[in-house]
Ligand binder design. Structure first.
Ligand SMILES: C[S@@+](CC[C@H](N)C(=O)[O-])C[C@H]1O[C@@H](n2cnc3c(N)ncnc32)[C@H](O)[C@@H]1O
Length: 230
């Protein structure tokens, strides 16, 4: 008997299913599989294969880190990815402050326990509807969190959560049997210019930068030099 029938149901769910059914099936599958083995932090982040495979499929994200700042992991699970990216970014001289969001409350609880000093920086919400009260320097998210027909809208909403001068990192995780998704095209079709790309087995991620909007202040009207406030 399959020990994870809800995960099986999720795997067979058409990726263009209606939004409510999609979220309900995905939420149930994550709860069933991620919380099944409390002794396995990798499984609590969706991977059961251990440290080596974890690093092989996650370290590539450090290529997107070009400075210190606040890092929001959308779909943070138990916070293991945040802990890892903070360590890998630290090795190249950058300090990241952790923020996380997940729609499975039990996983957010585990992430808060991992970061007791930052427990107020973790939120329980569906990423598609979430309206944060602030913006972040880095936002990492993944397309499979929403049905395919919502990808464009989702990327635009996630872009709005990035601070001026910050970076949106959009990934797609797939199992061997899943079709390859052209993440770059999805982000470009949403209207954004790519500034980087990385990949690892089963993972593709691209990123796009949010401009620092400059405000024109006329110092010597009508035709003076003026200044830009940033
Ligand atoms: C594969 S894990 C990612 C863990 C970690 N961020 C990483 O990159 O390794 C996906 C997580 O996203 C969460 N998730 C999926 N869809 C979501 C949604 N619509 N809103 C919020 N969280 C979602 C799941 O609950 C799960 O914990």
């Amino acid at each position: 008997m399959n020990p994870f029938p809800k995960r099986e149901a999720w795997r067979h769910l058409p990726r263009d299913s209606a939004r409510e059914l999609y979220f309900e099936t995905l939420h149930a599958a994550v709860k069933e599989f991620y919380l099944d083995d409390p002794s396995n932090p990798y499984q609590q982040s969706g991977r059961s294969k251990g440290a080596e495979r974890w690093e092989e499929t996650r370290r590539c994200f450090v290529q997107a880190i070009d400075r210190s700042g606040d890092f929001l992991d959308v779909g943070c699970a138990n916070g293991l990815f945040l802990e890892s990216i903070m360590k890998w970014a630290g090795e190249v001289g950058f300090v990241l402050r952790p923020y996380g969001l997940d729609f499975v409350a039990e996983l957010v609880e585990l992430a808060r326990k991992r970061f007791p000093e930052h427990k107020d920086s973790f939120f329980i919400a569906n990423a598609f509807d979430w309206q944060p009260e602030r913006q972040f320097d880095f936002v990492r998210t993944s397309l499979e969190y929403v049905p395919e027909q919502d990808w464009t809208e989702f990327v635009r909403r996630q872009y709005a959560t990035v601070a001026p001068g910050g970076r949106l990192i959009v990934s797609h995780y797939r199992n061997a049997a899943d079709p390859v998704v052209d993440v770059a095209k999805v982000v470009q079709d949403a209207g954004y210019v790519l500034s980087g790309r990385t990949e690892a087995p089963g993972v593709v991620a691209v990123w796009t930068d949010v401009a620092i909007v400059e405000r024109w202040t006329p110092a010597a009207p009508p035709h003076g030099t003026g200044t830009f406030d940033t």
